[in-house]
Design a protein around this ligand. Structure first.
Ligand SMILES: C[S@@+](CC[C@H](N)C(=O)[O-])C[C@H]1O[C@@H](n2cnc3c(N)ncnc32)[C@H](O)[C@@H]1O
Length: 239
């Protein structure tokens, strides 16, 4: 049975947040199709790897943060945890994906100001969401707050690449493929130019790992995917 979208409204509070939310609401109907085309299906493998590193068991309470159309929540659901919550501030993204995870609670909320209790979750996963936040440090501290002691936080993200070949690939892909295909399929080329700029402007994986350590996470480890085109960072809250 579908749980109705919570009436907890996004509290973006910033122009950046409002613009990002409106953009994702706008591309929600075509988001999944474009993801498959743009990644040629590779994103599915990346998500599975992220969920493996999350290490979900039957007693876990899992938060899919910046859940979008809930692909990660759908992979988590296969492991039958005690609870799955999908949170995103773009209600239309959650709505577009709700059929994939009928048992999940959907909550419209800002990742930097979540309506959850301290230590409410034993696992938090965030796919391609952290780089959209106007304040990454604030987002990291908020994840730590809602995570229980010994809890695990996994980030799947397009970090700013450091390898020269990967940087060239990112640059060419962002310049030619993203806006062109994005515009053709969604009619919103500007949204896919934003995605390109958000990748270029984000931290490298090792800078992000330092942010997590500075925020209080322990055992922070990173794993590059496909020559660093994307990467996964796993971190824990201390016992
Ligand atoms: C690129 S999509 C990724 C969606 C999904 N996690 C996936 O793996 O496909 C980024 C998502 O982050 C959400 N988002 C961005 N900033 C947010 C914020 N401050 N609070 C909550 N959600 C946010 C957007 O609405 C969007 O659905």
């Amino acid at each position: 049975m579908n749980t109705p979208v919570s009436d907890v409204h996004a509290r973006a509070g910033t122009h950046h947040g409002d613009a990002v939310r409106d953009m994702f609401d706008g591309i929600a109907p075509t988001y999944d199709r474009l993801n498959r085309i743009l990644s040629m299906g590779v994103d599915r493998r990346w998500r599975k790897r992220a969920v493996e590193l999350l290490g979900v068991g039957s007693s876990d309470r899992v938060l899919d943060l910046c859940a979008g159309t809930m692909d990660l929540a759908a992979d988590v659901q296969k492991l039958r945890p005690a609870r799955i919550v999908a949170a995103d501030f773009a209600a239309d993204m959650l709505e577009a994906g709700k059929h994939k995870v009928p048992g999940a609670e959907r909550v419209v909320a800002d990742a930097m100001n979540m309506p959850f209790d301290d230590a409410e979750f034993s696992r938090v996963v965030c796919g391609f969401g952290m780089r959209n936040l106007s304040d990454t440090h604030k987002g990291a501290r908020e994840v730590l707050r809602v995570l229980a002691p010994k809890g695990v936080f996994v980030t799947l993200e397009f970090f700013r690449p450091t390898r020269i070949d990967t940087r060239l690939f990112h640059a060419a892909y962002g310049r030619y493929v993203l806006p062109t295909v994005g515009s053709l399929v969604s009619g919103r080329g500007e949204a896919y130019r934003y995605l390109r700029d958000s990748m270029n402007g984000f931290f490298t994986r090792s800078e992000y790992e330092d942010i997590l350590r500075d925020s209080g996470f322990v055992n922070v480890t990173g794993h590059d995917l496909l020559f660093g085109i994307a990467a996964i960072v796993r971190a824990e809250r201390a016992a």
